[in-house]
Design a protein around this ligand. Structure first.
Ligand code: ADP
Ligand code: MG
Length: 609
Protein backbone atom coordinates (compact mmCIF):
# COMPACT_ATOMS: atom_id res chain seq x y z
CA UNK A 1 0.00 0.00 0.00
CA UNK A 2 1.36 3.44 -0.84
CA UNK A 3 1.51 6.08 1.90
CA UNK A 4 -1.63 8.09 1.86
CA UNK A 5 -1.19 10.79 4.49
CA UNK A 6 -0.20 14.25 3.30
CA UNK A 7 -0.07 17.72 4.81
CA UNK A 8 -3.02 19.92 3.96
CA UNK A 9 -2.17 22.93 1.83
CA UNK A 10 -2.16 26.14 3.92
CA UNK A 11 -5.19 27.51 2.15
CA UNK A 12 -7.23 24.48 3.19
CA UNK A 13 -5.89 24.52 6.75
CA UNK A 14 -6.79 28.20 6.94
CA UNK A 15 -10.27 27.56 5.69
CA UNK A 16 -10.75 24.92 8.36
CA UNK A 17 -9.45 27.27 11.03
CA UNK A 18 -11.80 29.94 9.69
CA UNK A 19 -14.69 27.66 10.50
CA UNK A 20 -13.85 28.09 14.17
CA UNK A 21 -12.80 31.70 14.22
CA UNK A 22 -15.25 33.27 11.77
CA UNK A 23 -18.76 32.01 12.22
CA UNK A 24 -20.48 35.08 10.90
CA UNK A 25 -19.74 38.68 9.88
CA UNK A 26 -19.78 39.74 13.54
CA UNK A 27 -16.85 37.43 14.33
CA UNK A 28 -14.72 39.13 11.68
CA UNK A 29 -15.72 42.52 13.07
CA UNK A 30 -14.68 41.41 16.54
CA UNK A 31 -11.25 40.19 15.40
CA UNK A 32 -10.53 43.34 13.40
CA UNK A 33 -11.65 45.68 16.16
CA UNK A 34 -9.56 43.80 18.70
CA UNK A 35 -6.53 44.08 16.43
CA UNK A 36 -7.12 47.81 16.20
CA UNK A 37 -7.20 48.08 19.99
CA UNK A 38 -4.01 46.02 20.29
CA UNK A 39 -2.43 48.44 17.79
CA UNK A 40 -3.07 51.28 20.22
CA UNK A 41 -5.78 53.06 18.22
CA UNK A 42 -7.98 55.59 19.96
CA UNK A 43 -10.46 56.00 17.12
CA UNK A 44 -12.01 52.96 15.48
CA UNK A 45 -14.57 53.14 12.73
CA UNK A 46 -16.55 50.11 11.59
CA UNK A 47 -18.33 50.36 8.26
CA UNK A 48 -20.52 47.53 7.03
CA UNK A 49 -22.72 46.89 4.03
CA UNK A 50 -25.58 44.42 3.98
CA UNK A 51 -24.96 43.44 7.58
CA UNK A 52 -21.33 42.65 6.74
CA UNK A 53 -22.17 40.15 4.03
CA UNK A 54 -20.89 42.44 1.28
CA UNK A 55 -18.40 44.60 3.15
CA UNK A 56 -16.81 44.92 6.55
CA UNK A 57 -14.33 47.73 6.88
CA UNK A 58 -12.47 48.59 10.08
CA UNK A 59 -10.41 51.76 10.07
CA UNK A 60 -8.10 52.61 12.95
CA UNK A 61 -5.49 55.23 13.81
CA UNK A 62 -3.17 52.76 15.52
CA UNK A 63 0.49 52.13 14.95
CA UNK A 64 0.14 50.62 11.47
CA UNK A 65 2.36 47.99 9.88
CA UNK A 66 5.56 47.91 7.87
CA UNK A 67 5.42 46.70 4.26
CA UNK A 68 6.80 43.34 5.33
CA UNK A 69 4.36 42.92 8.23
CA UNK A 70 1.48 43.88 5.97
CA UNK A 71 2.16 40.67 4.06
CA UNK A 72 3.21 38.57 7.04
CA UNK A 73 0.09 39.29 9.07
CA UNK A 74 -1.95 36.98 6.82
CA UNK A 75 0.25 33.97 7.50
CA UNK A 76 -1.07 31.37 9.88
CA UNK A 77 0.35 31.64 13.39
CA UNK A 78 1.79 35.02 12.49
CA UNK A 79 1.60 37.29 15.50
CA UNK A 80 3.56 40.09 17.06
CA UNK A 81 1.94 39.51 20.42
CA UNK A 82 3.63 36.45 21.87
CA UNK A 83 7.01 34.88 21.19
CA UNK A 84 7.36 31.88 23.48
CA UNK A 85 5.00 29.53 25.24
CA UNK A 86 5.45 31.18 28.65
CA UNK A 87 3.99 34.32 27.15
CA UNK A 88 0.70 32.46 26.93
CA UNK A 89 0.31 32.90 30.67
CA UNK A 90 0.73 36.65 30.69
CA UNK A 91 -1.55 37.72 27.91
CA UNK A 92 -2.38 41.40 28.05
CA UNK A 93 -3.41 41.85 24.42
CA UNK A 94 -6.74 40.87 22.91
CA UNK A 95 -5.24 38.64 20.28
CA UNK A 96 -2.32 36.22 20.46
CA UNK A 97 -3.20 33.17 18.40
CA UNK A 98 -2.13 34.76 15.14
CA UNK A 99 -4.86 33.08 13.16
CA UNK A 100 -7.61 35.64 12.73
CA UNK A 101 -6.30 37.38 9.64
CA UNK A 102 -5.18 34.11 8.02
CA UNK A 103 -8.65 32.71 8.61
CA UNK A 104 -10.47 35.76 7.31
CA UNK A 105 -8.26 35.94 4.22
CA UNK A 106 -9.06 32.30 3.48
CA UNK A 107 -12.77 32.97 3.09
CA UNK A 108 -13.04 36.51 1.73
CA UNK A 109 -11.50 39.14 -0.52
CA UNK A 110 -9.36 41.30 1.72
CA UNK A 111 -7.80 44.67 1.07
CA UNK A 112 -5.38 46.08 3.63
CA UNK A 113 -4.08 49.65 3.66
CA UNK A 114 -1.66 50.52 6.39
CA UNK A 115 0.97 53.09 7.25
CA UNK A 116 3.21 53.63 10.26
CA UNK A 117 3.25 57.29 11.27
CA UNK A 118 7.02 57.67 10.71
CA UNK A 119 6.78 56.34 7.12
CA UNK A 120 5.95 58.54 4.22
CA UNK A 121 4.29 55.84 2.17
CA UNK A 122 2.04 53.07 3.30
CA UNK A 123 1.34 49.63 1.87
CA UNK A 124 -1.67 48.17 0.15
CA UNK A 125 -2.09 44.40 0.09
CA UNK A 126 -4.80 42.44 -1.67
CA UNK A 127 -5.48 38.81 -0.90
CA UNK A 128 -8.38 36.59 -1.86
CA UNK A 129 -9.13 33.07 -0.65
CA UNK A 130 -5.58 32.86 0.81
CA UNK A 131 -4.01 33.88 -2.56
CA UNK A 132 -1.92 37.03 -2.72
CA UNK A 133 -3.11 39.32 -5.48
CA UNK A 134 -0.93 42.36 -5.02
CA UNK A 135 1.20 44.37 -2.65
CA UNK A 136 2.26 47.91 -3.45
CA UNK A 137 3.17 51.20 -1.85
CA UNK A 138 0.41 53.79 -1.62
CA UNK A 139 -0.21 57.01 0.21
CA UNK A 140 -2.77 56.62 2.96
CA UNK A 141 -3.49 57.96 6.44
CA UNK A 142 -1.43 56.63 9.35
CA UNK A 143 -3.05 53.58 10.88
CA UNK A 144 -4.73 50.60 9.33
CA UNK A 145 -7.80 49.91 7.27
CA UNK A 146 -8.99 46.39 6.58
CA UNK A 147 -11.77 45.83 4.02
CA UNK A 148 -13.32 42.38 4.00
CA UNK A 149 -15.44 41.87 0.93
CA UNK A 150 -17.88 39.07 0.18
CA UNK A 151 -17.32 37.01 3.27
CA UNK A 152 -17.65 33.26 2.60
CA UNK A 153 -17.57 33.89 -1.17
CA UNK A 154 -15.83 30.54 -1.61
CA UNK A 155 -17.77 28.66 1.08
CA UNK A 156 -21.34 28.86 -0.22
CA UNK A 157 -22.65 26.61 2.53
CA UNK A 158 -21.54 29.08 5.18
CA UNK A 159 -23.08 31.97 3.31
CA UNK A 160 -26.29 30.07 3.04
CA UNK A 161 -26.51 29.60 6.78
CA UNK A 162 -26.18 33.29 7.55
CA UNK A 163 -29.30 34.78 9.10
CA UNK A 164 -31.28 37.77 7.90
CA UNK A 165 -29.53 41.14 7.71
CA UNK A 166 -31.40 42.27 10.81
CA UNK A 167 -30.05 39.42 12.91
CA UNK A 168 -26.50 39.55 11.53
CA UNK A 169 -26.41 43.30 12.10
CA UNK A 170 -27.59 42.83 15.67
CA UNK A 171 -24.64 40.49 16.24
CA UNK A 172 -22.27 43.10 14.83
CA UNK A 173 -23.74 45.79 17.05
CA UNK A 174 -23.38 43.49 20.05
CA UNK A 175 -19.72 42.84 19.31
CA UNK A 176 -18.82 46.49 18.83
CA UNK A 177 -20.75 47.46 21.94
CA UNK A 178 -19.01 44.82 24.02
CA UNK A 179 -15.59 46.19 23.18
CA UNK A 180 -16.87 49.73 23.56
CA UNK A 181 -17.94 48.83 27.10
CA UNK A 182 -14.36 47.96 28.01
CA UNK A 183 -12.62 50.87 26.31
CA UNK A 184 -14.35 54.14 27.15
CA UNK A 185 -11.11 55.91 26.20
CA UNK A 186 -11.48 54.82 22.58
CA UNK A 187 -13.91 56.41 20.17
CA UNK A 188 -16.07 53.88 18.30
CA UNK A 189 -18.54 54.31 15.50
CA UNK A 190 -20.60 51.92 13.43
CA UNK A 191 -22.03 52.67 10.00
CA UNK A 192 -24.40 50.46 8.08
CA UNK A 193 -25.32 50.98 4.42
CA UNK A 194 -24.24 54.60 4.63
CA UNK A 195 -26.08 55.48 7.84
CA UNK A 196 -24.43 55.95 11.21
CA UNK A 197 -25.89 53.51 13.75
CA UNK A 198 -23.91 54.88 16.65
CA UNK A 199 -20.85 56.80 17.61
CA UNK A 200 -19.42 56.77 21.13
CA UNK A 201 -17.16 59.65 22.15
CA UNK A 202 -14.26 59.21 24.56
CA UNK A 203 -15.49 59.41 28.13
CA UNK A 204 -15.45 57.63 31.49
CA UNK A 205 -16.81 54.14 32.05
CA UNK A 206 -20.14 55.14 33.57
CA UNK A 207 -20.91 57.56 30.75
CA UNK A 208 -19.89 55.00 28.16
CA UNK A 209 -22.27 52.47 29.68
CA UNK A 210 -25.04 55.05 29.55
CA UNK A 211 -24.22 55.82 25.91
CA UNK A 212 -24.38 52.16 25.00
CA UNK A 213 -27.42 51.13 27.01
CA UNK A 214 -29.42 54.35 26.75
CA UNK A 215 -29.69 57.45 28.94
CA UNK A 216 -32.59 56.09 30.92
CA UNK A 217 -30.14 53.77 32.67
CA UNK A 218 -28.25 56.62 34.25
CA UNK A 219 -30.19 56.55 37.51
CA UNK A 220 -30.50 52.81 37.53
CA UNK A 221 -26.83 51.94 37.97
CA UNK A 222 -25.36 50.95 41.32
CA UNK A 223 -21.57 50.89 41.51
CA UNK A 224 -19.76 47.73 42.64
CA UNK A 225 -16.21 47.83 43.89
CA UNK A 226 -14.27 45.24 45.81
CA UNK A 227 -10.52 44.60 45.98
CA UNK A 228 -9.12 41.26 47.11
CA UNK A 229 -5.80 39.47 46.67
CA UNK A 230 -7.25 37.16 44.08
CA UNK A 231 -9.49 39.39 42.07
CA UNK A 232 -10.71 42.96 41.77
CA UNK A 233 -14.42 43.36 41.16
CA UNK A 234 -15.75 46.62 39.76
CA UNK A 235 -18.49 47.86 37.50
CA UNK A 236 -22.19 48.45 37.88
CA UNK A 237 -25.30 46.50 38.64
CA UNK A 238 -28.87 47.55 37.96
CA UNK A 239 -31.45 48.60 40.48
CA UNK A 240 -34.37 46.17 40.56
CA UNK A 241 -36.47 48.36 38.28
CA UNK A 242 -33.83 47.96 35.57
CA UNK A 243 -34.37 44.21 35.55
CA UNK A 244 -35.87 42.50 32.54
CA UNK A 245 -37.56 39.29 31.66
CA UNK A 246 -35.08 38.79 28.86
CA UNK A 247 -31.39 38.19 29.19
CA UNK A 248 -29.09 40.39 27.20
CA UNK A 249 -28.02 43.09 29.58
CA UNK A 250 -25.61 40.95 31.54
CA UNK A 251 -21.92 41.47 30.90
CA UNK A 252 -18.83 39.92 32.40
CA UNK A 253 -15.44 41.25 31.43
CA UNK A 254 -12.28 39.59 32.61
CA UNK A 255 -9.21 41.75 32.17
CA UNK A 256 -11.27 43.81 29.75
CA UNK A 257 -12.31 40.85 27.66
CA UNK A 258 -16.00 40.00 27.31
CA UNK A 259 -16.68 36.48 28.49
CA UNK A 260 -19.62 34.19 29.10
CA UNK A 261 -19.75 32.22 32.29
CA UNK A 262 -22.86 30.51 33.63
CA UNK A 263 -21.30 29.80 37.00
CA UNK A 264 -20.48 33.44 37.71
CA UNK A 265 -23.88 34.48 36.35
CA UNK A 266 -25.34 32.29 39.04
CA UNK A 267 -23.30 34.12 41.67
CA UNK A 268 -24.93 37.39 40.64
CA UNK A 269 -28.40 35.92 40.33
CA UNK A 270 -28.26 34.40 43.79
CA UNK A 271 -27.21 37.74 45.27
CA UNK A 272 -30.42 39.20 43.83
CA UNK A 273 -32.52 36.45 45.30
CA UNK A 274 -35.89 37.70 46.55
CA UNK A 275 -35.09 41.15 45.25
CA UNK A 276 -36.32 40.50 41.75
CA UNK A 277 -39.64 39.07 40.69
CA UNK A 278 -39.51 35.52 39.38
CA UNK A 279 -38.14 35.15 35.89
CA UNK A 280 -36.42 38.53 35.89
CA UNK A 281 -32.75 39.08 35.15
CA UNK A 282 -30.75 41.89 36.71
CA UNK A 283 -28.72 44.27 34.62
CA UNK A 284 -25.03 43.96 35.34
CA UNK A 285 -21.68 44.97 33.91
CA UNK A 286 -19.03 43.33 36.05
CA UNK A 287 -15.36 43.90 35.40
CA UNK A 288 -13.03 41.34 36.97
CA UNK A 289 -9.39 42.15 37.25
CA UNK A 290 -7.25 39.13 37.77
CA UNK A 291 -3.63 38.14 37.49
CA UNK A 292 -3.26 36.65 33.97
CA UNK A 293 -1.34 33.77 35.60
CA UNK A 294 -4.54 32.64 37.29
CA UNK A 295 -6.66 32.27 34.19
CA UNK A 296 -6.48 30.44 30.89
CA UNK A 297 -8.05 32.28 27.99
CA UNK A 298 -6.64 29.90 25.45
CA UNK A 299 -9.40 27.32 25.63
CA UNK A 300 -11.62 28.62 22.89
CA UNK A 301 -10.79 30.06 19.46
CA UNK A 302 -13.10 33.03 19.91
CA UNK A 303 -11.85 33.52 23.46
CA UNK A 304 -15.27 34.14 24.99
CA UNK A 305 -14.78 31.34 27.46
CA UNK A 306 -11.96 31.22 29.96
CA UNK A 307 -10.84 28.97 32.78
CA UNK A 308 -10.18 30.30 36.27
CA UNK A 309 -7.74 28.55 38.54
CA UNK A 310 -9.98 29.06 41.54
CA UNK A 311 -13.49 29.52 40.30
CA UNK A 312 -15.11 28.90 43.69
CA UNK A 313 -13.24 31.70 45.39
CA UNK A 314 -14.21 34.08 42.62
CA UNK A 315 -17.82 32.99 42.90
CA UNK A 316 -17.83 33.75 46.62
CA UNK A 317 -16.14 37.12 46.24
CA UNK A 318 -18.44 38.16 43.43
CA UNK A 319 -21.53 37.11 45.35
CA UNK A 320 -20.41 39.07 48.41
CA UNK A 321 -19.50 42.14 46.34
CA UNK A 322 -22.96 42.27 44.75
CA UNK A 323 -24.71 41.75 48.08
CA UNK A 324 -22.69 44.58 49.60
CA UNK A 325 -23.39 46.94 46.72
CA UNK A 326 -27.12 46.21 46.99
CA UNK A 327 -27.03 46.66 50.75
CA UNK A 328 -25.19 49.97 50.52
CA UNK A 329 -27.97 51.23 48.31
CA UNK A 330 -30.70 49.93 50.59
CA UNK A 331 -31.85 47.42 48.04
CA UNK A 332 -33.02 44.59 50.24
CA UNK A 333 -35.44 41.74 49.82
CA UNK A 334 -38.08 43.51 51.87
CA UNK A 335 -39.22 45.47 48.83
CA UNK A 336 -42.56 44.47 47.43
CA UNK A 337 -42.50 43.30 43.87
CA UNK A 338 -45.86 41.70 43.68
CA UNK A 339 -46.61 44.13 40.89
CA UNK A 340 -44.76 43.57 37.67
CA UNK A 341 -42.69 46.76 37.52
CA UNK A 342 -41.87 46.66 33.86
CA UNK A 343 -45.40 46.72 32.69
CA UNK A 344 -47.72 49.55 33.52
CA UNK A 345 -50.36 49.58 30.92
CA UNK A 346 -53.95 50.53 30.97
CA UNK A 347 -56.27 49.01 28.47
CA UNK A 348 -59.72 49.95 27.36
CA UNK A 349 -61.04 47.06 29.39
CA UNK A 350 -59.26 48.24 32.52
CA UNK A 351 -61.06 51.52 32.25
CA UNK A 352 -64.34 49.86 31.79
CA UNK A 353 -63.76 48.08 35.02
CA UNK A 354 -63.89 51.36 36.90
CA UNK A 355 -66.72 52.95 35.02
CA UNK A 356 -70.08 51.33 34.62
CA UNK A 357 -69.36 49.21 31.60
CA UNK A 358 -70.84 50.46 28.43
CA UNK A 359 -70.38 48.18 25.51
CA UNK A 360 -70.22 49.85 22.16
CA UNK A 361 -69.83 47.87 19.04
CA UNK A 362 -67.51 49.46 16.58
CA UNK A 363 -69.16 48.92 13.21
CA UNK A 364 -65.72 48.92 11.64
CA UNK A 365 -64.60 46.23 13.99
CA UNK A 366 -65.29 42.94 12.31
CA UNK A 367 -62.94 43.10 9.35
CA UNK A 368 -63.52 39.54 8.26
CA UNK A 369 -67.26 39.13 8.06
CA UNK A 370 -69.65 41.01 5.85
CA UNK A 371 -71.84 42.21 8.64
CA UNK A 372 -70.47 43.26 11.95
CA UNK A 373 -73.67 44.29 13.62
CA UNK A 374 -74.56 42.35 16.68
CA UNK A 375 -76.24 39.12 15.90
CA UNK A 376 -76.59 36.12 18.08
CA UNK A 377 -73.30 34.39 18.68
CA UNK A 378 -74.91 31.05 18.00
CA UNK A 379 -75.91 32.37 14.62
CA UNK A 380 -72.43 33.53 13.80
CA UNK A 381 -70.68 30.44 14.98
CA UNK A 382 -73.21 28.03 13.63
CA UNK A 383 -74.03 29.71 10.39
CA UNK A 384 -71.44 32.05 9.11
CA UNK A 385 -68.37 30.38 10.46
CA UNK A 386 -68.74 26.70 11.05
CA UNK A 387 -70.24 26.07 7.67
CA UNK A 388 -67.95 28.41 5.82
CA UNK A 389 -65.30 26.47 4.02
CA UNK A 390 -63.65 29.58 2.61
CA UNK A 391 -63.11 30.67 6.20
CA UNK A 392 -61.10 27.53 6.78
CA UNK A 393 -59.02 27.94 3.69
CA UNK A 394 -58.20 31.43 4.90
CA UNK A 395 -57.48 30.12 8.33
CA UNK A 396 -54.94 27.69 7.00
CA UNK A 397 -53.34 30.44 4.96
CA UNK A 398 -52.97 32.60 8.04
CA UNK A 399 -51.65 29.72 10.07
CA UNK A 400 -48.87 29.20 7.57
CA UNK A 401 -47.98 32.82 7.92
CA UNK A 402 -48.01 32.71 11.67
CA UNK A 403 -46.05 29.69 12.76
CA UNK A 404 -45.37 26.09 11.96
CA UNK A 405 -46.80 24.88 15.26
CA UNK A 406 -49.92 26.82 14.66
CA UNK A 407 -50.38 25.31 11.27
CA UNK A 408 -50.07 21.96 12.92
CA UNK A 409 -52.78 22.77 15.41
CA UNK A 410 -55.02 24.22 12.75
CA UNK A 411 -54.70 21.17 10.57
CA UNK A 412 -55.39 18.83 13.41
CA UNK A 413 -58.44 20.62 14.64
CA UNK A 414 -61.55 20.23 12.59
CA UNK A 415 -64.43 22.63 12.56
CA UNK A 416 -65.85 20.77 15.52
CA UNK A 417 -63.20 22.46 17.57
CA UNK A 418 -64.99 25.79 17.40
CA UNK A 419 -67.27 26.59 20.26
CA UNK A 420 -70.82 27.79 20.28
CA UNK A 421 -72.11 30.27 22.75
CA UNK A 422 -75.82 29.81 22.95
CA UNK A 423 -78.05 32.75 23.41
CA UNK A 424 -78.92 33.64 26.95
CA UNK A 425 -76.11 31.66 28.53
CA UNK A 426 -74.01 33.70 30.92
CA UNK A 427 -70.24 33.29 31.01
CA UNK A 428 -68.63 33.05 34.46
CA UNK A 429 -65.15 34.19 35.42
CA UNK A 430 -63.03 31.70 37.35
CA UNK A 431 -60.13 32.85 39.51
CA UNK A 432 -59.89 36.04 37.47
CA UNK A 433 -58.16 33.93 34.87
CA UNK A 434 -60.60 31.82 32.93
CA UNK A 435 -63.98 32.39 31.41
CA UNK A 436 -66.28 29.49 31.68
CA UNK A 437 -69.50 28.72 29.87
CA UNK A 438 -71.64 25.76 28.94
CA UNK A 439 -72.38 24.72 25.39
CA UNK A 440 -74.67 22.15 24.01
CA UNK A 441 -72.35 19.17 24.36
CA UNK A 442 -70.15 20.19 27.24
CA UNK A 443 -68.31 23.16 28.58
CA UNK A 444 -65.61 25.57 27.49
CA UNK A 445 -62.84 27.22 29.48
CA UNK A 446 -61.30 30.28 27.86
CA UNK A 447 -57.97 31.73 28.97
CA UNK A 448 -58.86 35.43 29.29
CA UNK A 449 -55.38 36.80 28.64
CA UNK A 450 -54.67 34.63 25.63
CA UNK A 451 -58.13 35.29 24.23
CA UNK A 452 -57.67 39.03 24.34
CA UNK A 453 -54.17 38.77 22.89
CA UNK A 454 -55.44 36.68 20.00
CA UNK A 455 -58.14 39.26 19.34
CA UNK A 456 -55.69 42.18 19.46
CA UNK A 457 -53.07 40.33 17.43
CA UNK A 458 -55.40 39.88 14.50
CA UNK A 459 -56.66 43.42 14.87
CA UNK A 460 -53.16 44.89 14.82
CA UNK A 461 -52.12 42.77 11.86
CA UNK A 462 -55.10 44.08 9.97
CA UNK A 463 -54.32 47.67 10.85
CA UNK A 464 -50.75 47.18 9.67
CA UNK A 465 -51.97 45.80 6.38
CA UNK A 466 -54.41 48.61 5.87
CA UNK A 467 -52.10 51.21 7.34
CA UNK A 468 -54.73 53.38 8.90
CA UNK A 469 -54.95 53.06 12.64
CA UNK A 470 -56.34 56.22 14.13
CA UNK A 471 -54.00 58.41 16.12
CA UNK A 472 -54.56 59.96 19.49
CA UNK A 473 -52.32 63.02 19.60
CA UNK A 474 -50.42 63.43 22.84
CA UNK A 475 -50.77 66.80 24.52
CA UNK A 476 -47.15 66.56 25.60
CA UNK A 477 -45.06 64.55 23.15
CA UNK A 478 -42.73 62.28 25.05
CA UNK A 479 -39.04 61.99 24.25
CA UNK A 480 -37.47 58.69 25.19
CA UNK A 481 -33.76 57.94 25.35
CA UNK A 482 -32.92 54.52 23.98
CA UNK A 483 -29.83 52.48 23.30
CA UNK A 484 -28.59 52.49 19.70
CA UNK A 485 -29.62 48.86 19.40
CA UNK A 486 -33.18 49.65 20.46
CA UNK A 487 -33.34 52.67 18.18
CA UNK A 488 -32.31 50.44 15.31
CA UNK A 489 -34.97 47.91 16.21
CA UNK A 490 -37.74 50.49 16.28
CA UNK A 491 -36.58 52.01 13.00
CA UNK A 492 -36.91 48.60 11.43
CA UNK A 493 -40.54 48.30 12.44
CA UNK A 494 -41.34 51.98 12.10
CA UNK A 495 -43.67 51.56 9.13
CA UNK A 496 -45.74 48.95 10.87
CA UNK A 497 -46.09 50.73 14.17
CA UNK A 498 -46.96 53.92 12.36
CA UNK A 499 -49.78 52.18 10.60
CA UNK A 500 -51.09 51.12 13.99
CA UNK A 501 -51.45 54.76 14.91
CA UNK A 502 -48.14 55.71 16.47
CA UNK A 503 -46.65 59.04 15.48
CA UNK A 504 -42.91 59.00 15.87
CA UNK A 505 -40.11 61.42 15.21
CA UNK A 506 -36.37 61.21 15.78
CA UNK A 507 -35.08 64.29 17.58
CA UNK A 508 -31.57 62.84 17.95
CA UNK A 509 -29.54 59.73 17.19
CA UNK A 510 -30.24 58.31 20.64
CA UNK A 511 -33.83 59.25 21.22
CA UNK A 512 -37.25 58.94 19.78
CA UNK A 513 -40.24 61.13 20.32
CA UNK A 514 -43.75 59.78 20.53
CA UNK A 515 -46.27 62.39 19.41
CA UNK A 516 -49.31 60.19 19.07
CA UNK A 517 -50.44 56.74 20.12
CA UNK A 518 -53.04 54.39 18.64
CA UNK A 519 -56.49 55.35 19.86
CA UNK A 520 -57.33 51.69 20.29
CA UNK A 521 -54.42 50.77 22.49
CA UNK A 522 -55.08 53.49 25.07
CA UNK A 523 -51.52 53.75 26.31
CA UNK A 524 -51.05 56.14 29.19
CA UNK A 525 -47.42 55.76 30.30
CA UNK A 526 -45.71 55.98 26.93
CA UNK A 527 -42.12 55.64 28.16
CA UNK A 528 -42.88 52.60 30.29
CA UNK A 529 -44.87 51.16 27.48
CA UNK A 530 -42.09 51.43 24.92
CA UNK A 531 -39.70 49.73 27.32
CA UNK A 532 -41.96 46.80 27.95
CA UNK A 533 -42.85 46.62 24.28
CA UNK A 534 -39.18 46.31 23.33
CA UNK A 535 -38.72 43.68 25.94
CA UNK A 536 -41.71 41.68 24.79
CA UNK A 537 -40.50 42.02 21.25
CA UNK A 538 -37.07 40.67 22.12
CA UNK A 539 -38.69 37.85 24.04
CA UNK A 540 -40.44 36.80 20.89
CA UNK A 541 -37.55 37.53 18.57
CA UNK A 542 -35.76 34.25 19.05
CA UNK A 543 -38.70 32.05 19.64
CA UNK A 544 -39.83 31.41 16.12
CA UNK A 545 -39.35 32.20 12.51
CA UNK A 546 -42.35 34.46 12.10
CA UNK A 547 -41.92 37.74 10.32
CA UNK A 548 -41.21 41.12 11.81
CA UNK A 549 -44.78 42.23 11.34
CA UNK A 550 -46.24 39.29 13.24
CA UNK A 551 -43.73 39.75 16.01
CA UNK A 552 -44.54 43.43 16.26
CA UNK A 553 -48.27 42.74 16.32
CA UNK A 554 -47.84 40.05 18.95
CA UNK A 555 -45.67 42.22 21.17
CA UNK A 556 -48.23 45.03 20.82
CA UNK A 557 -51.04 42.62 21.66
CA UNK A 558 -49.20 41.23 24.66
CA UNK A 559 -48.45 44.71 25.91
CA UNK A 560 -51.99 45.98 25.65
CA UNK A 561 -54.14 42.99 26.52
CA UNK A 562 -56.03 42.35 29.72
CA UNK A 563 -54.17 40.11 32.10
CA UNK A 564 -54.69 37.41 34.64
CA UNK A 565 -56.00 38.79 37.88
CA UNK A 566 -58.26 41.25 36.17
CA UNK A 567 -61.91 41.10 37.06
CA UNK A 568 -64.28 41.11 34.12
CA UNK A 569 -67.92 41.99 34.15
CA UNK A 570 -70.43 39.86 32.29
CA UNK A 571 -70.77 42.32 29.39
CA UNK A 572 -66.98 42.48 29.14
CA UNK A 573 -66.74 38.72 28.98
CA UNK A 574 -69.47 38.63 26.36
CA UNK A 575 -67.69 41.26 24.35
CA UNK A 576 -64.40 39.39 24.57
CA UNK A 577 -65.98 36.09 23.55
CA UNK A 578 -67.71 37.77 20.67
CA UNK A 579 -64.50 39.35 19.48
CA UNK A 580 -62.77 36.01 19.79
CA UNK A 581 -65.50 34.44 17.74
CA UNK A 582 -64.73 36.89 14.97
CA UNK A 583 -61.07 35.91 14.87
CA UNK A 584 -59.67 34.01 11.95
CA UNK A 585 -58.01 31.58 14.26
CA UNK A 586 -59.48 31.73 17.74
CA UNK A 587 -58.13 28.39 18.98
CA UNK A 588 -54.47 29.22 19.51
CA UNK A 589 -51.99 32.00 20.11
CA UNK A 590 -49.09 32.26 17.64
CA UNK A 591 -46.85 29.97 19.69
CA UNK A 592 -49.42 27.23 19.23
CA UNK A 593 -50.72 27.26 22.81
CA UNK A 594 -54.49 26.89 23.16
CA UNK A 595 -56.77 29.83 23.85
CA UNK A 596 -59.58 27.65 25.14
CA UNK A 597 -60.25 24.10 26.21
CA UNK A 598 -63.37 22.10 25.64
CA UNK A 599 -64.59 19.36 27.94
CA UNK A 600 -67.37 17.29 26.43
CA UNK A 601 -70.26 15.82 28.36
CA UNK A 602 -68.90 12.40 27.46
CA UNK A 603 -65.56 13.18 29.02
CA UNK A 604 -67.30 14.48 32.10
CA UNK A 605 -69.40 11.34 32.34
CA UNK A 606 -66.21 9.28 32.14
CA UNK A 607 -64.79 11.18 35.08
CA UNK A 608 -67.86 10.43 37.15
CA UNK A 609 -67.71 6.71 36.54
P1 ADP B 1 -3.18 38.12 16.60
O1 ADP B 1 -4.06 39.30 16.84
O2 ADP B 1 -3.61 36.93 17.38
O3 ADP B 1 -1.75 38.43 16.75
P2 ADP B 1 -4.08 38.37 13.89
O4 ADP B 1 -4.16 37.42 12.77
O5 ADP B 1 -5.35 38.98 14.35
O6 ADP B 1 -3.37 37.65 15.10
O7 ADP B 1 -3.09 39.52 13.50
C1 ADP B 1 -1.76 39.20 13.12
C2 ADP B 1 -0.82 40.35 13.36
O8 ADP B 1 -1.10 41.41 12.45
C3 ADP B 1 -0.94 40.99 14.73
O9 ADP B 1 -0.17 40.30 15.69
C4 ADP B 1 -0.42 42.39 14.48
O10 ADP B 1 0.97 42.44 14.57
C5 ADP B 1 -0.81 42.67 13.04
N1 ADP B 1 -2.02 43.49 12.96
C6 ADP B 1 -3.28 43.05 12.74
N2 ADP B 1 -4.16 44.07 12.72
C7 ADP B 1 -3.46 45.20 12.92
C8 ADP B 1 -3.80 46.59 13.01
N3 ADP B 1 -5.08 47.01 12.89
N4 ADP B 1 -2.80 47.48 13.20
C9 ADP B 1 -1.52 47.06 13.33
N5 ADP B 1 -1.15 45.77 13.27
C10 ADP B 1 -2.08 44.84 13.07
MG1 MG C 1 -6.06 39.41 16.32
Amino acid sequence: MPDIIQLLPDSVANQIAAGEVVQRPASAVKELVENAIDAGADTIRVIVKDAGKTLIQVVDNGKGMSAMDARMCFERHATSKIKKSEDLFHILTKGFRGEALASIAAIAQVELKTRQSQDELGTQVEIEGSKFKSSEPISCPAGTSFSIKNLFFNVPARRYFLKSDGIELKHIMDEVQRVALTHPDIEFSLHHNGAELFSFVKTNLRQRIVHVLGARYNEKLVPVSEETDIVGVSGFIGKPDASRKTRGEQFFFVNNRFIKNAYLHHAVMSAYEQILPDGHFPLYLIYLDIDPDLIDINIHPTKTEIKFQDERAIYAILHAAIKRALGKNNITPSLDFSQDPSIAITTPLTHQEIKVPEIKVNPDYNPFGESSKRESLAQRWGGERAGNSKGWAELLEISKMVSPQEEHVATLSGTSDLFELEEGIQPIQLHRKYIFFAEENGLILVDQQRAHRRVLFERYLLLMERGKGSVQQLLFPEEIELSPADIHLIKEMEGDIQSLGFEISWPSATSLEIRGVPTEANISDVGGWIESFLELFKNEAHSSTVGLREKTAWAMASGTSIRYGQMLTTPEMQELLERLSQCKQPQVIPSGKPVYLRISLNELAQQFK
